[in-house]
Design a protein around this ligand. Structure first.
Ligand SMILES: NC(=O)c1ccc[n+]([C@@H]2O[C@H](COP(=O)([O-])OP(=O)(O)OC[C@H]3O[C@@H](n4cnc5c(N)ncnc54)[C@H](OP(=O)(O)O)[C@@H]3O)[C@@H](O)[C@H]2O)c1
Length: 281
């Protein structure tokens, strides 16, 4: 049995669809019945804050996708899930993390870093997926003015990022969760190319047939922009700082992990944009 947490999210949904195509037994963990019925098949309604509901979804020998949303309870939720998985006798945990995760790091880097350490010390068999940024982020980042000009903002400077399609993170998880449990390993997941943000603007412009421009902002200006969009002040500062850090090239190199695990190359940015053209407004 493959238990999928975060099953209603971007990675979870794609993973469940892939497992269903393969006919692999899976159980989705969802917060809302409607998400369970949308996914179809076996599901359990619960919450990562509710240990009893986690006990209802886990079974001895299960393989587990550990995923959820970053937030104040994230580390507690994920550490607890790891502890319960060990208690129940789960056979293998695949954790969605982030490239460069390290305890004490900014935002998600630090939160994932803490959970990674906990998982590595849990006695469970594990695979840790460390993707870079998702192409799907562009769907909310790109905005169009009344005059049809598209823009997206960041503090990356000329830094290159090997953005990955979240569905490829799911494809790697599907491969890992359906093959015999192997050695514990950490896999850095990227797309096959690492464009600058200006080049991403060019891909968007070409593929959507509408002008889209990347606007680079100094960290304080980016933080202010995030605050005006409703991001809490401290998180806005950290997020803008993180963009500047990423811009130093630390997410610029690409890896062959998606191809190695799935037998096919990662989805390209142009394919992603073309496939989601109607969602860019
Ligand atoms: N976005 C990026 O660029 C990026 C890059 C690298 C790594 N990551 C990592 O990727 C992960 C997010 O993956 P994703 O994009 O697939 O997530 P997502 O689409 O945001 O979905 C999050 C999932 O977690 C579920 N969830 C949240 N809180 C929960 C709770 N208390 N109990 C049960 N379920 C809960 C959500 O359920 P509901 O539908 O009920 O809300 C949803 O299914 C994060 O750990 C993030 O750090 C993201």
């Amino acid at each position: 049995m493959i238990v999928v947490t975060g099953a209603s999210g971007q990675i979870g949904r794609a993973l469940v669809e892939q497992l269903d195509r393969w006919g692999a037994p899976r159980r989705a963990f969802v917060r809302q019945h409607r998400h369970g019925t949308e996914l179809g098949g076996d599901y359990v309604v619960g919450d990562l804050d509710d240990p009893d509901s986690i006990r209802r979804v886990l079974v001895p020998g299960a393989r587990l996708l550990l995923n959820g949303s970053l937030g104040p309870e994230f580390v507690t939720q994920q550490r607890r899930l790891v502890d319960l998985a060990a208690e129940v006798g789960v056979a293998h945990v695949v954790k969605v993390s982030v490239r460069g995760a390290t305890p004490g790091g900014l935002l998600g880097l630090g939160m994932h870093g803490e959970v990674e350490t906990h998982l590595r010390n849990s006695g469970l068999a594990w695979s840790i997926l460390q993707p870079v940024g998702f192409m799907q982020n562009l769907l909310t980042e790109v905005t169009f003015d009344g005059d049809g000009q598209g823009r997206f903002h960041g503090s990356y400077g000329p830094g290159r990022v090997g953005y990955i399609d979240a569905r490829d993170v799911a494809a790697v998880a599907a491969a890992l969760l359906t093959r015999p449990v192997g050695e514990n390993e950490t896999l850095v997941l990227t797309g096959s190319e690492a464009p600058t943000h200006e080049e991403i603007g060019e891909v968007l412009t070409r593929t959507l047939g509408r002008p889209v421009r990347y606007v680079d902002l100094a960290v304080p200006a980016m933080a202010e922009r995030l605050r005006s969009a409703g991001v809490p002040a401290a998180a806005a500062d950290d997020l803008a700082t993180l963009m500047r850090l990423v811009g130093d090239g630390r997410w610029a190199s690409t890896t062959s992990a998606v191809r190695d695990l799935t037998g096919r190359p990662p989805r390209t940015l142009a394919d992603f944009v073309a496939g989601h053209a109607d969602l860019f407004r």
